[in-house]
Design a protein around this ligand. Structure first.
Ligand code: IDP
Ligand code: MG
Length: 148
């Protein structure tokens, strides 16, 4: 079963949108398999955003993502990576569909509330930055037969 890494960014936590973001993902039917609140070290932030080194927004992105606590999660389900990217909406909230998380709650590209992995490879890489394998909890949910 596919897994993805999701993070409620510092703006999502500060604005009290954490439960709404989690609720949207939970309501869709995906299964939460790991969760922790942390304040990112500079090292973790650089690892997380390694693909963006050298871009004009890189320094402010690192500063922003380390500016307050974040909520790190792993969610599981069929095609969960694409499903959660769709729930999040486009990177720039201005382009994000109304109804998506960024479309509903964001107005600015550098305050877009939530991160979700964009591929199976990045999901695996990102999950390993934040979680030990024994922190990913495997458990049955009887209701799944009604979801997938
Ligand atoms: P994603 O979060 O939708 O996957 P990425 O292109 O991977 O988008 O960019 C990572 C994060 O970097 C974005 O979520 C956003 O916070 C920030 N970012 C991306 N492009 C820009 C930009 O042009 N200006 C400012 N921040 C940006
Ligand atoms: Mg990305």
């Amino acid at each position: 079963m596919e897994r993805t890494f999701v993070m409620i960014k510092p703006d999502g936590v500060q604005r009290g949108l954490a439960t709404r973001i989690m609720g949207a993902i939970e309501g869709k039917g995906y299964k939460l398999v790991a969760l922790k609140m942390i304040k990112l070290s500079l090292d973790m932030a650089k690892k997380h955003y390694a693909e963006h080194i050298g871009k004009p927004f890189y320094n402010s992105l690192i500063e922003f993502i380390t500016s307050g606590p974040v909520i790190a999660m792993v969610w599981q389900g069929p095609d969960v990576i694409k499903g959660i990217r769709n729930l999040m909406g486009s990177t720039n909230p201005l382009d994000a569909q109304p109804g998506s998380l960024r479309g509903n709650y964001g107005v600015d590209i550098s305050h877009n509330l939530v991160h979700g992995s964009d591929s199976i490879e990045s999901a695996k890489r990102e999950i390993e930055i934040y979680f030990q394998s024994n922190e990913l909890i495997e458990y049955p949910r009887d209701i799944e037969k009604w979801i997938w």
